[in-house]
Ligand binder design. Structure first.
Ligand SMILES: Nc1ncnc2c1ncn2[C@@H]1O[C@H](COP(=O)(O)OP(=O)(O)OP(=O)(O)O)[C@@H](O)[C@H]1O
Ligand SMILES: [Mg+2]
Length: 268
């Protein structure tokens, strides 16, 4: 496989009963790309993330992260990826520092390096002053920034983020973007994210894929996709062109209801 490729999917498929959530996806992402998966509710974005991060096994097909098969070597894949899930994952009953300490132990970071690594990452994300406060007292933007450094503590080669800024106010959202851009520039990490926010995809991502009902219907350079539609076209125009007609109101409603239920069950 090409040395420049960070991720390659080969006919990757996930079925839940008769529902095909991810449908024979074959595509690749280059190293150091910031790649956005966009698509309506229920398109299969989170399911794809869960397959690539080895949380769910595929029904068929395979994917390779830095040449390592998710099917054959899931534990090895986990060592080189970071994952920020769609729903809140940091523990609110611990402080930011304690969350980081817990993860540094899980990742097997040597004891004498832990404190330095934690202090550095808190500083990168502008969280040093709140390190010893309970996460339950953090704002949504602070929680998200903490989750990003939790996912980055072991210096992964690829960082997966599922809707990193959903529910955040415009300032918190911009702060998360700036910090992501900073770690991308500094560490050269490949970033794969999902978002419903076209401004976010446009600001952060050099590549975009539009996913509908488990299939990628268009993929390419963000700038090329926009300019193909005209001089002043935005990513929103691109999204509407490919996904506009597919959003069935009833389906979208069911998806949102399902998601709200899950979120309220989790108390988030
Ligand atoms: N564990 C599961 N069991 C059964 N069906 C599931 C499961 N997880 C997801 N699905 C279904 O798979 C499809 C894709 O869901 P997924 O969560 O991947 O969509 P998404 O693109 O992330 O949507 P959203 O934008 O709302 O987050 C949906 O129809 C969903 O209802
Ligand atoms: Mg999702």
């Amino acid at each position: 496989m090409d040395d420049l490729i960070a991720l390659e999917c080969k006919a990757l498929t996930k079925r839940f009963g008769s529902l095909v959530a991810v449908d024979k996806l074959s595509f690749s992402v280059q190293k150091q790309d910031i790649f956005a998966l966009i698509g309506p509710n229920g398109a299969g974005k989170s399911t794809l993330m869960k397959l690539l991060t080895t949380i769910l096994p595929p029904t068929e097909g395979d994917a390779f992260i830095e040449n390592i098969s998710i099917l054959k070597y899931p534990a090895k894949v986990r060592e080189i990826i970071g994952y920020v899930p769609q729903l809140i994952s940091a523990d609110g009953s611990l402080t930011g520092y304690e969350n980081l300490l817990l993860f540094s132990k899980l990742y097997g970071i040597p004891k004498n390096e832990r404190d330095k690594r934690i202090q550095q990452s808190l500083e990168t994300m502008g969280l040093s002053t709140v390190a010893h406060r309970y996460v339950s007292e953090y704002s949504g933007g602070m929680v998200r920034r903490l989750e990003i450094i939790l996912a980055m503590l072991h210096n992964p080669k690829i960082l997966f983020l599922d809707e990193p800024t959903s529910g955040l106010d415009p300032i918190a959202r911009k702060t998360v973007w700036e910090h992501l851009a900073l770690i991308h520039k500094r560490d050269g990490v490949t970033i794969i994210l999902t978002t419903h926010d076209m401004q976010e995809a446009d600001y952060l991502c050099n590549k975009v894929a539009i996913i509908l009902k488990g299939k990628i219907v268009e993929m390419g350079d963000t700038e090329k996709l926009k300019s193909a539609l005209g001089e002043d076209a935005t990513l929103n125009d691109v999204f509407i062109k490919y996904a506009g007609n597919s959003i069935e109101a009833d389906h979208a409603y069911k998806e949102i209801a399902r998601r709200r239920r899950t979120e309220s069950e989790r108390g988030s």
